[in-house]
Ligand binder design. Structure first.
Ligand code: XMP
Length: 211
């Protein structure tokens, strides 16, 4: 059963720290991305690190290898434990993020299939399966796959074996935690926790699906 990962897509330092503090006892990791970093700066990683929970940088890095390296090095230097990159730029671009992760003793996850409806246009089906295989071949620690499509998670699991699957889409996007939990290694939950009246209680509810 999966770890619980909070997607902390709030727009101020104060709210980020307040939600993280409330939910922290129930969390295994906190994922932050452009919404919070653009609002509060990459420095937000420092106070969030004080909760003692690993931080995942969801920048869906998608550039040439050199630029990916530069981005990933900044991420790990800021104290993050893991980075999420896109796979569609190719194996050399992914390898740059994997190398930066390995150098930092961290982890790199590759987006294989996305959770929203528009993903069905490009980031799904055969393309997702090719991306998952490429993530394995590039030495990534795992993939991102959609909690909104459990049958697709099973297909991707057959490709990646015991690499990790982190899965967004539970709650606000309609994914069912009970169905997806046995299939994945990390359940990513954002709005259903950080917009809840009581984020601690909401996090506790999702934490029931943890190992
Ligand atoms: P919600 O509020 O929908 O937040 O629980 C989900 C979080 O996960 C991110 N997200 C994705 N990230 N591939 C990714 O790498 C995806 O398919 C995907 N779907 C959602 C989203 O940005 C938010 O932080």
């Amino acid at each position: 059963m999966p770890d619980l990962i909070l997607a902390l897509d709030v727009l101020s330092r104060e709210e980020a720290l307040s939600v993280a503090e409330a939910a922290a006892p129930h969390l295994d990791a906190i994922k932050i991305g452009y919404p919070l970093v653009l609002a509060a700066g990459l420095d937000i990683a420092a106070p969030l690190s004080e909760f003692g929970i690993p931080l995942i940088a969801d920048f869906k890095v998608a550039d040439i290898p050199n630029t990916n390296s530069l981005i990933a090095q900044q991420v790990f230097a800021a104290g993050f434990f893991a980075i999420i990159c896109q796979g569609f730029c190719g194996s050399d671009s992914v390898a740059a993020c994997v190398e930066a992760a390995d150098d930092a003793g961290g982890e790199c996850y590759v987006v294989a299939e996305m959770s929203h409806p528009g993903a069905l246009e490009f980031l799904s089906g055969k393309n997702a399966e090719l991306l998952a295989q490429m993530a394995v071949d590039a030495g990534a620690h795992g993939i991102i796959a959609p909690a909104t499509r459990p049958e697709r998670v099973q297909t991707l699991r057959a490709i990646i074996g015991d690499k990790k699957i982190l899965s967004p889409g539970v709650g606000a996007q309609g994914g069912d935690p009970e169905t997806i939990a046995p299939l994945i290694d990390g359940m990513i939950v954002g709005r259903s926790i950080y917009t809840a009246e009581d984020p601690a209680e909401a996090a506790r509810t999702y934490a029931r699906f943890r190992r």
